[in-house]
Design a protein around this ligand. Structure first.
Ligand code: FAD
Length: 303
């Protein structure tokens, strides 16, 4: 018997699945991280309000590695659900949580009317490249968190996908198999890690489709404002930056020109992805709205 501890969620904020099905235009989504202090919180809410005007399909809030940032993720997600017109997606990871703790957090989201969760394993506690050690009473892979969410309530569950392959995957086929397994467990859409070449995304889609898996794969995009920022995020996420992208940015001395080049690069990437049928664009906003808004203003198909 299915141990369904949560009541069926009331009809309320739509799910990402319903929102994606109800429109012919590509999904548009923005990702935020939980702020560290009051100033960061004010910046986050400015960005949320500015990006709200673009009427995104959903916005998501990342889940950090430690206690207080995790509470803030839950608080910010609940506040978006209560105080804005936006549909929030809460990220949740298996890192350092027992199964019981995960059930409690999932229950809290359900109580707050949050129906959308991005189910992630999380990075190893030592960082990308270090060995993954699951909590002794916890979950080992994201697929188990997808199963837990589907068992506990009426959630719409998203998962992560990796155009360059996940850093721990033995090869690209194993990586595609892991995504197909998450879809088979009930994940309804995937969002990719950042990437800069449409081909990498398209090859991932092909690998997954060859397995008979039709999960919509939303393209995850990092607005580039400087080489330093780009290198930091590439390292944190274990992503390789193509040399052609570095060369394009390195041509410029003036930071304003680097930023302009980064915007042009992202506009072309978005247009190529949409022309090739990507079902959505997801922006890693870093809690700022300006660059994302400028990129979107340049993309013909979302205007
Ligand atoms: P999994 O799907 O569990 O995959 C992890 C590894 O295990 C892969 O190499 C996979 O091939 C392999 N694997 C999967 N299943 C099996 C199996 N049954 N047997 C053997 N091997 C298997 N991290 C955070 O900490 N907080 C966030 O908020 C966050 N948000 C993210 C948002 C997006 C859109 C993306 C793309 C990533 C995000 N991450 C976040 C990072 C993510 O947690 C890491 O990339 C993590 O290392 C992998 O998570 P996963 O959910 O893909 O794990």
């Amino acid at each position: 018997m299915v141990n369904r501890v949560l009541p069926r969620l009331p009809d309320g904020p739509a799910t990402v699945r319903e929102l994606m099905a109800s429109t012919v235009s590509p999904a548009l989504s923005f990702e935020f991280f939980p702020p560290k202090d009051d100033e960061g919180e004010a910046q986050l809410w400015r960005a949320i309000r500015e990006l709200e005007r673009l009427r995104p399909t959903y916005v998501s809030v990342t889940y950090g590695a430690g206690g207080s940032t995790r509470d803030r993720t839950i608080r910010v997600t609940e506040r978006i659900a209560a105080e804005t017109t936006l549909t929030p997606v809460a990220h949740l990871t298996c890192v350092g949580h027992s199964r019981g703790e995960l059930r409690t957090i999932i229950g809290r989201y359900a109580d707050a009317g949050v129906r959308n969760v991005l189910a992630l394993r999380g990075d190893p506690q030592g960082g990308v490249g270090k060995p993954w050690v699951p909590h002794p009473d916890g979950l080992d892979h994201a697929v188990e968190l997808v199963e837990l969410l589907r068992e506990l309530g009426d959630f719409s569950v998203g998962v992560a996908a990796f155009p360059q392959g996940h850093p721990e995957a033995t090869d690209l086929e194993a990586d595609a198999a892991a995504l197909a397994a998450k879809a088979a467990a009930g994940a309804e859409y995937a969002v990719t890690q950042l990437f800069f070449e449409a081909d990498q995304y398209l090859r991932l889609v092909d690998r997954v489709r060859r397995r008979g898996c039709e999960i919509p794969i939303i393209a995850g995009l990092m607005p580039v404002t400087s080489l330093g920022q780009l290198s930091r995020f590439a390292e944190l996420s274990g992503t390789q930056i193509p040399p052609a992208v570095v060369a394009r940015l390195e041509r410029h001395r003036d930071p304003a020109d680097v930023r302009r080049e980064g915007i042009d690069l992202l506009v072309s990437l978005c247009e190529e992805l949409l022309a090739e049928g990507a079902p959505g664009l997801h922006f890693y906003t870093l809690n700022r709205s300006e660059t994302t808004r400028e990129i979107l203003a340049g993309v013909a198909d979302v205007n």
